[in-house]
Design a protein around this ligand. Structure first.
Ligand code: ADP
Ligand code: ASP
Ligand code: MG
Length: 401
């Protein structure tokens, strides 16, 4: 019998009725002849609420304790789903990440799955049980519970599918991957397929529909990932290898990120070792710097701007302050509200002029650009949040997204 790994996100298990609906869908697939492994997230808003309580108690809760706390959200939903399935007459058993040998590595709240020992899952499947696994969590080398970063249940599902050699289906509150987040641009088009490379860029640039690491694992272990709705049965999107379409459009999608902040440092001495040491200190704390721009030296000074996740802003600022106090002339400014808008497409490899066209479109709309970065298949712009909707509309219409 084939193994099918399904994952249901927070909204999909957000109420008693939703849990019952998910249980029915699982039973349907089991009756079609699949061995079922189901990953679930915490019920809608639970993770946010837990975080909120922690931050009311402390501005800086220890990350180990945050992991201990956040992992309880998933522990609740797996038990509830298992109860619902058993009630419907289908034997199910729930497991936390540590119970099924999901080993993790790296720092708390941002850890990565290093290996999975699937024995316990296989044993339960052999007993004809439906296996429910808590997403987003595992256990590290110190036997402590860790979490995989926000949205990490997708990664649990793909990692399990890879280790069990199974098919992977992700069910969420949209019926697939759209060219643009449909909440921001309701006219966006649903994509039948998208290749790993493009989806990886979209996810890492802010399309929150999939966890970035899930796509990395999908690509690495060649697990096609089917994304669709947990509510209706509309055809979803398959994330898979590129089929090398020769004449695809230049741009496949657009991603918007409002979760980053920008820090600017002015009057920085033009001392490469000093500048490198700042970025090194940030990297050592796993603060992921995304875009960087630096002006050319003037009077032996430069200005540097970079973006970082908002959640790392406090820690990032502290690190910077500890470095720059030796140079009182350095001036630090924080731009907490920025929009990073990116366009993504493997078609850009063979079609030139997209960057030029984007500059032109933003200029026509009088939208100031604060930073730009490009890679082979993406272009990102930092703009002001108040220009976001205007920019999305103009770009989506021009590129028929
Ligand atoms: P889940 O709780 O099921 O993991 P998420 O909230 O993490 O769900 O992801 C689903 C949401 O992702 C959608 O509601 C949608 O607003 C958002 N989203 C962002 N970009 C896209 C996109 N390109 N296509 C589809 N949904 C997107
Ligand atoms: N519950 C976690 C979160 O809200 C993980 C997930 O939903 O994938 O980020
Ligand atoms: Mg998610």
């Amino acid at each position: 019998m084939p193994i099918l790994v399904q994952k249901y996100g927070g909204t999909s298990v957000g109420s008693i009725d939703r849990i019952k609906n998910v249980a029915q869908r699982i039973i349907e697939k089991k009756l079609e002849g699949n061995k079922m492994v189901v990953v679930v997230s915490a019920m809608a808003k639970t993770t946010d609420q837990l975080l909120d309580i922690a931050y009311q108690l402390s501005k800086r809760p220890p990350k180990r304790e945050l992991d201990m706390l956040l992992s309880t959200g998933e522990q609740t939903s797996i038990a509830l789903l298992s109860i619902a399935l058993n009630e419907l007459g289908h034997e199910a058993i729930s497991f936390t990440g540590p119970q099924v040998g999901i080993k993790t590595t790296g720092i708390h709240t941002k850890s990565r799955i290093s290996e999975i020992d699937g024995t316990r899952i296989q044993n339960a499947l052999n007993e004809d049980k439906i296996v429910i696994v808590a997403g987003f969590q595992g256990i590290n080398e110190n036997d402590d519970i860790t979490t995989l970063g926000r949205g990490g249940s997708d990664t649990t599902a793909v990692a399990l599918a890879a280790s069990l050699n199974a098919e992977c289906q992700i069910f969420t509150d949209v019926d697939g991957i759209y060219s643009v987040d449909p909440r921001l641009y309701p006219k966006a088009k649903k994509l039948d397929t998208i290749c790993y490379e493009e989806m990886l860029e979209m996810a890492s640039l802010g399309a929150g529909v999939m966890h970035t690491r899930a796509i990395e694992l999908g690509e690495k272990y060649n697990v096609p990932i089917y994304v669709s709705s947990s509510i209706n049965n509309k055809k979803g999107t398959m994330i898979k290898e590129s089929d090398n379409m020769m004449e695809g459009p230049a741009i496949t999608g657009m991603a918007i990120n409002n979760d980053e902040a920008m820090i600017s440092l002015n009057h920085v001495p033009h001392n490469i070792e000093f500048i490198a040491s700042i970025f090194d200190a940030l990297a050592k704390k796993s603060i992921n710097i995304d875009m960087i721009s630096q002006t050319s030296p003037k009077n032996n000074q430069v200005s540097i701007s970079f973006t970082l996740p908002k959640e790392d802003l406090l820690e990032g600022k502290e690190i910077l302050n500890s470095y720059i106090h030796q140079y009182p002339e350095i001036h630090l400014t924080v731009h907490k509200e920025i929009t990073k808008l990116s366009v993504v497409g493997i078609g850009m490899r063979s079609q030139s002029g997209v960057a030029a066209q984007m500059f032109m479109l933003l200029a026509e709309e009088n939208i100031p650009i604060h930073m730009v970065t490009t890679s082979e298949i993406k272009i990102s712009y930092v703009i002001q949040p108040e220009d976001q909707q205007k920019a999305i509309q103009k770009i989506a219409e021009t590129f028929d997204l």
